[in-house]
Design a protein. Structure first.
Length: 304
């Protein structure tokens, strides 16, 4: 009658949110998949953990008891994983860094040069993550630091902005606006769009420019989890998509035109790390990123 740590993580997310939809988004799962896992845990434990109706979700007495135990177990496990990761990183001298898109902007060579000065002999491994995880592997500890686009819905993640850029729109070269030098967002507000997965949360809303739509829902033509998928949809003419100015050149390809858009807040590329991670290599990588983006940047706080 053993429960997996994964099941306990799913349970704790639902217990804290008391909402299966929000918990599923937090876990980067579909709601049906999360419900199935919770039912499996209830079967394993032979106890009903939640009372659900159309209006609310509540913990049962058994659920309340498990919540206290599960939080403690998961914290102990996370602390243990952090100790093991620290030891392994020191031994291998490898820092795992997640990315959601190509970094470009001449940042990465400068970052690795700065990092090598601070941590001689260390290697940086880049891991490309799907857009369904806006933390690029940080939340599930698959990475030690990550290049992310803001905003992200993760209170335990700290960020430092490296670049602030205009938003562009990528459209098919056959689009009626393809010969324009600049486009006002109101001109494309009703166009079908390619969207990030729902699990991307606020980041999905940002790239859909939800805050600039005056309450009108975007027309989502397709959900995409990687750049190749997105630009295949755009080149076909089925949808448009927003992207940062620095990525307009990186993802330039035949059949697509990228044009600046007015009427939108700028995009922000950031370096991110877990707030609780005090490892010197992580902090030095963050500082290397800061210095590469702004040589006058102040060192991060090492206290705590």
């Amino acid at each position: 009658m053993d429960a997996h740590l994964r099941d306990l993580r799913y349970f704790v997310a639902v217990a804290e949110e008391l909402n299966f939809t929000r918990a599923a988004e937090r876990l980067h799962l579909s709601q049906p998949a999360l419900s199935k896992q919770i039912r499996g845990l209830e079967t394993t434990l032979r106890a009903k953990l939640f009372r659900r109706d159309r209006r609310q979700v509540e913990l049962t007495a058994a659920g309340t008891a498990l919540h206290a135990v599960a939080r403690s177990l998961l914290q102990d496990w996370n602390d243990g994983v952090a100790v093991v990761a620290d030891a392994a990183a020191r031994d291998a001298r490898v820092l795992r860094v997640g990315t959601l898109t190509s970094i470009g902007r001449a940042l990465y060579p400068a970052i690795t040069d700065q990092f090598a000065k601070r941590q001689p002999g260390w290697q940086v491994e880049l891991h490309t993550c799907g857009w369904g995880d806006p933390t690029a592997g940080l939340q599930d500890r698959a990475t030690d630091a990550a290049f992310v686009w803001l905003p992200i819905d993760a209170a335990e993640i700290e960020t430092a902005v490296l670049a602030t850029e205009r938003r562009f729109v990528a459209i098919s070269a056959r689009h009626p606006l393809a010969d324009r030098q600049i486009i006002e967002f109101s001109e494309i507000v009703n166009e079908p769009v390619a969207a990030l997965p729902a699990s991307a949360g606020s980041q999905r809303d940002f790239w859909l420019a939800v805050d600039a739509r005056a309450g009108r829902a975007p027309r989502v033509a397709a959900e995409v989890s990687a750049a190749d998928e997105k630009f295949e949809v755009v080149s076909s003419g089925a949808a448009i998509t927003l992207l940062a100015e620095g990525n307009a050149g990186i993802y330039s390809r035949e059949g697509i035109v990228c044009i600046p858009v007015t009427g939108l807040e700028p995009a922000r590329l950031a370096i991110a790390w877990r707030r609780s991670d005090r490892r010197p290599a992580v902090r030095d990588f963050v500082q290397a990123c800061r210095e590469a983006a702004d040589p006058a940047a102040e060192p991060p706080d090492r206290s705590g």
